[in-house]
Ligand binder design. Sequence first.
Ligand code: DX5
Ligand code: ZN
Length: 220
Amino acid sequence: MSNPRINPSILSADFANLASELARIHTADAVHVDVMDNHFVPNLTLGLPVVDALEKVSDLPIDVHLMIEDADRWAPEYAQLGVDSVTFHAEASAAPIRLARELRAAGSKAAMALRPATPIEPYLDMLGELDMVLLMTVEPGFGGQKFLDLVLPKIKRTRAAIAGTGKPIALQVDGGISRDTILRAAEAGADVFVAGSAVYSAPEPAAEIDALRNLARIAH
Ligand code: DX5
Ligand code: ZN
């Protein structure tokens, strides 16, 4: 497992002031950008033009999380913007192996996300095609939801499978991560932590990121 990384989600930021909201999280490892299309999830956020604009002004790497249908059609366009990583949902891709290869060919890291009730087992043989696996710890769609402890066994199984590949594949968790939950997610094997409301509702988001990372280090 690599050193814990904290990727705050700008879903909980002020969308009218995204550039200054980035400055408030300067201690982050990357910025997590949630793209929602009102079809894969019942919420609508932002798309290619806003990710392009963020990519141009951000000093932090951009971690794009696509909660959209037809990922095969759209995900490569995000990779072409020059972002660090693009995460598509397994449930939204007809050809995840081809898509992961297309993302890497476009110069981005390739990552695949699973909803809380989607098992990892059907995807074990394709782990080597991925730079990161994202296990959702809430049903995707909204910030501020409660962490689902029922995902912890899947985090453990996924960490063991990643260890079996011998490859440096990151294991990200997203949803309900806070000072109260990050330790058990880290103990289960996660090493990249998305936190939206916990970071942006803190009086000092940059300090909250450091506090979360220090807590996760206890487990590593
Ligand atoms: C939810 C998004 C998350 C969300 C996390 O569907 O994918 O990235 O912003 O928010 P919190 O940390 O508040 O659960
Ligand atoms: Zn997300």
